[in-house]
Design a protein around this ligand. Structure first.
Ligand code: G3P
Ligand code: MG
Length: 240
């Protein structure tokens, strides 16, 4: 199968169907599947006891009713908190899932873009359990691992060279010049640039080098059509 398609971009629901459901929860992933997404993007951080938890922020406050750092709470502690009520009362009772629970719920019915959120070298401990889960569920062909932190992709390749990896290119800060990201001799399969730094000639250049391009986060249908015409491989979107 392989992660990418030829001929059209994969539509990957960013943090699940995050425009309509609390990000990075099982309900957001289920809604993405029901709306016809090809896959989901989710963010991973290690709990204190080394479990890959599906949560975007390093702290619990924004997306749960808990407080404090994800890395200072066990998986069990993190899962006591409500991860849906902040979005809408209808979603109260959702929990922060583990990666294992996501794979258990959706198996081979989705593709998965797993983003490793890395705060320091200590986070390398998340890589082995992530790879173990991918292999345990037989998902090596439908997973792409990405990170803003290039060494994290080397950690992955050191133990799982078969898993494709994407380097995420950030949005430039105000008054910061955009990097010529597309010229970087990437030792991985794909670039995932922020939408604001993507032009047709960049996509063409990267594709000529035999690499893939995934763009985040694109919600405007006209822009999706434009990127599709340019030949991008992945569109990350909050709404499918
Ligand atoms: O992987 C693309 C995108 O998810 C990176 O930004 O902050 O939404 O995780 P963020
Ligand atoms: Mg992300």
């Amino acid at each position: 199968m392989g992660f990418w398609l030829e001929g059209r971009p994969l539509m990957i629901a960013h943090r699940g169907l995050s425009a309509h459901a609390p990000e990075n929860t099982l309900v957001a992933f289920r809604m993405a599947l029901e709306r016809g997404a090809d896959g989901i993007e989710l963010d991973l951080q290690p709990s204190a006891d080394g479990v890959p938890m599906v949560i975007h922020d390093a702290t619990l406050e924004r997306t749960t009713d808990g407080r404090g750092a994800v890395r200072e709470r066990t998986a069990r502690e993190i899962q006591q908190y409500d991860a849906g009520g902040w979005f809408h009362p209808d979603f109260a009772g959702e929990r922060v899932p583990t990666l294992y629970e996501v794979f258990e719920a959706f198996g081979t019915r989705l593709r998965y873009n797993l983003e490793l959120k890395v705060l320091g070298v200590d986070d390398q401990r998340i890589v082995a359990p992530v790879i173990e889960a991918i292999r345990a569920f037989g998902l090596s062909e439908q997973v792409l691992i990405s990170s803003f932190f290039l060494p994290a992709l080397n950690w992955v390749k050191a133990i799982a060279p078969e898993i494709p990896c994407a380097l995420i290119i950030p949005q430039p800060k105000p008054n910061q010049q955009a990097l010529s990201w597309w010229t970087f001799p990437l030792p991985f399969e794909a670039f995932h640039p922020h939408d604001s730094v993507v032009k047709a000639e960049h996509v063409a250049h990267v594709r000529q080098q035999g690499k893939r391009v995934g763009v985040w986060t694109v919600n405007d249908p006209a822009r999706k059509a434009e990127l599709t015409a340019w030949g991008v491989d992945v569109i990350l979107t909050d709404r499918v």
